[in-house]
Design a binder for this molecule. Structure first.
Ligand code: EPZ
Length: 421
């Protein structure tokens, strides 16, 4: 089992390169099998969850050719989800559910195991099922497997209002609807950058989707998709993580290959804390102030503050002056890492979905275990800012979503090594 050993207390300095967006890539990989033609995808992040999605395509009968570390040629010709063994691999990740929308749209049939993924709350998929059902599919969940199939008539357009704003349901139903007969209107949809990226990708294959990035998406179904070549957007959360790290270690880091607009909520909070943030065309620079101020944060769907940045900002606030309040409004179990931060001396009280953080001057190194992906990254960040040596175990979570994490951190002066115990 691999773990990170980190010696903290050094400001991070230099330039770090952000990879492609994991959560955009996961939807786009599934969508790529909706055509039988080959699809070239560039700027793919080299992280474990992506590897599982690509392996799944092969085990379902498609083909994947690696052109280089970040470029893949995918061919969905021959992909079938009828063989349960072929899709079993998808139990390991949450995004496997995107094959339901993709296969239902393409073939009118999908059979996929219920999603796994980070344990950060109950994570139901009722809104996905509501959408597929409205499009005319019969959806059943039995023995941990979701089966969705059309009846005598093909999928048809529908007017669907989502009861909760869901990234997964928006992308999944958008995929199925893009091959349904007629027009679909999706209301109260998610607006995250990866929704726009997935819609742009589908359009590049011949779909007719308008309004992605707003509350309402309009889709005219088409019969067939064709080949495409597409580059994935930069990862907003990886970028935000390095931004918080620069602030918390009182460093000066240029975070390169980003879309600054996607980072506005994070930039705003870091500035409220007293840090200096410069925005360039494709980069942001964060200069951490010696004394940082308290602030309050509430996670919300985009353009609100992302839940995937909640552990990182909560951790940064441990070393800010005053008492901060962080409210987690998306997932109910996303404060598990706080027990680990307490081992470092952090002063945090949890009350339901609210964290009350009383800032202290210094954290001290500790032996910690990552409870999930983003929390794992936040513990590494705390360790980089702390006095002394820390160990973070269970880093397989971190490797699901951060490419070459320790290497990138060493590139900006982080004293971190990965040890296989
Ligand atoms: C996506 O998860 C991301 N995962 C998560 O990334 C991210 O935290 C989350 O969106 C929110 O931004 C992927 O893209 C693979 P949701 P998803 O559906 O789609 C409720 C990371 O660290 N809900 O937007 O599963 C749900 O319980 C991670 O990279 C329903 O009630 O999240 C939650 O409260 C972890 N019914 C809220 O909606 C549904 O059918 C938002 O969930 C679906 C969701």
């Amino acid at each position: 089992m691999e773990k990170y050993v980190i010696r903290g207390g050094r400001p991070l300095k230099g330039t770090v390169q952000v990879s492609g967006a994991k959560n955009a890539a996961l939807g786009i990989i599934a969508a790529s099998i909706m055509t039988d033609d080959p699809v070239l995808i560039e700027n793919m992040p080299n992280v474990n969850d992506i590897g599982v999605m690509l392996d799944a395509i092969v085990s379902m009968g498609g083909s994947v050719e690696k052109k280089d570390a970040h470029t893949y040629l995918i061919c969905g010709n021959g992909v079938s989800t009828e063989d349960a063994e072929g899709t079993d691999i998808l139990r390991r990740i949450r995004a496997g559910y995107y094959f339901i929308g993709a296969m239902l749209g393409k073939n009118g049939y999908a059979c996929v195991p219920l999603p796994g993924g980070c344990n950060i709350g109950s994570r139901p998929i009722d809104q996905h099922i509501k959408g597929f059902t409205a499009l005319g599919a019969d959806v059943r969940v039995e023995n941990g497997v979701v089966t969705a199939k059309v009846g005598d008539t093909p999928l048809h357009g529908a007017h669907i209002y989502f009861d909760v704003v869901s990234v997964g349901a928006t992308i999944n139903v958008m995929m199925a609807a893009s091959m349904a007969d007629g027009q679909t209107i999706l209301e109260n949809v998610a607006k995250e950058p990866h929704i726009v990226d997935a819609a742009n990708f589908l359009n590049s294959m011949g779909a007719n989707i308008r309004g992605a990035g707003t509350d309402t998406i309009r889709i005219r179904g088409v019969k067939k998709f064709h080949k495409s070549s597409y580059a994935i957007i930069p990862d907003q959360i990886e970028a935000g993580t390095f931004m918080c790290m620069a602030a918390m270690t009182r460093g000066d880091v240029i975070v390169n290959n980003v879309i600054p607009k996607h980072l506005e909520s994070i930039t705003a909070k870091l500035r409220e804390m007293g840090n200096v943030v410069f925005e360039y065309d494709e980069a942001v620079e964060v200069i951490g102030e010696a004394v940082q101020r308290r602030t309050d944060v509430k996670t919300l769907p985009y353009p609100g503050f992302p839940t995937d940045m909640q552990p990182q900002i909560t951790t940064a606030l441990c070393l800010a002056k005053g008492t901060s309040i962080v409210t987690e409004s998306i997932f109910e179990s996303r404060f598990k890492y706080v027990d680990e931060l307490r081992l470092m001396g952090a002063n945090i009280t949890i009350n339901g979905n609210v964290a009350i953080i009383s800032g202290i001057d210094r954290l001290s190194g500790a032996y910690m275990t990552a409870p999930d992906l983003r929390a794992g990254a936040a513990l590494v960040m705390a360790a980089l800012a702390a006095n002394g040596q820390s160990t973070v175990e269970n880093i397989s979570y971190i490797l699901r979503g951060y490419e070459n994490f320790d290497e990138k951190l060493r590139g900006i002066g982080g004293d971190i090594v990965c040890i296989d115990s």
